[in-house]
Design a protein around this ligand. Sequence first.
Ligand code: DOR
Ligand code: ZN
Length: 346
Amino acid sequence: MNTITLPKPDDLHLHLRDGEELSCVVGDSARRFARAIIMPNLTPPVVNVEQALDYRRRILACLPDDTEFEPLMTLYLTDNTSKDEVQRVADSAAVYAFKYYPAGATTNSDSGVTDINKVMPALEQMAQCDVPLLLHGEVTAAEVDVFDREKVFIERILAPLLENIDTLRVVLEHVTTADAVQFVTDGDDRIAATITPHHLMLNRNAMLAQGINPHHYCLPLLKRERHRQALVTAAISGNPKFFLGTDSAPHHAHAKAAPPCCAGIYNAHAAIELYASVFDAMDSLHTLERFAARNGARFYGLPLTTQTITLRREPWRIPATLRFADTVLVPFQAAQTCPWKLVEAP
Ligand code: DOR
Ligand code: ZN
């Protein structure tokens, strides 16, 4: 197979930033994806429907009028999120979910949840109005090793949560471990997971084995090879619980180069091409459509898109840097060859 045509896929986990940075990156996603779940971790965070609708307008204002790209907005859950705000999300046609960041777990998570008990009323309201909860699934407890943060989150927070609120629907975002794959696979159909291209392609050696590589620093961290293999098996399986979420998260090159290095990898410039390369390497291009365009739409109750994209087997060189406001960012796989190429619409 040298070309593949898919329904235009959905990116169910995307960071677009704001202002000049937003205008530099949003086109990369809009060319490849029909819709995207937009993360709310701006500074200050997007905490109410009105702010989400404003942010949505700013996103669309960066794109040409004829672009058919739909930002699916989310709100940032805080200790102070009210049940009324949950109801407003349920009533909104543009806001789809709440994002749970444990306070201090990652980029711009300072306003995140300090104790799950503080948000139980909001979570119960989400279950009642069928608003999904999107989880950054890591604990931040000082005694937990950073490579174990996801596994311990599942044990301490996620498993009890699903028991306590038996109709809450959750997405465990950017899963990185065999433990997470197993938990999601064994769970009922209230739980699903997104998987990033970088966690499918790299293990932690890529970050640490040849000097520290800040461009491979993201959260949750890359893990051991056996975990990467479990993620690939889940992605190509066709299991409707696993779907595409790039976690594309641009940072200025200078913010990655000096400590404290910002967590996040920008992959929107080649995301679907890189997923195709992973599936192709496993002789599984036939399941890419399910992972990229069907499973996530089904979880979120979205219609299959009528647009299509075509990819061609044609090696191309990923640029070493991309413009990012007044500086540059270093994209994922910078200066490497990508075996699949997006055929640009005429
Ligand atoms: O690596 C990451 N970058 N993980 C996150 O959870 C947030 C993201 C960002 O916003 O930069
Ligand atoms: Zn993210």
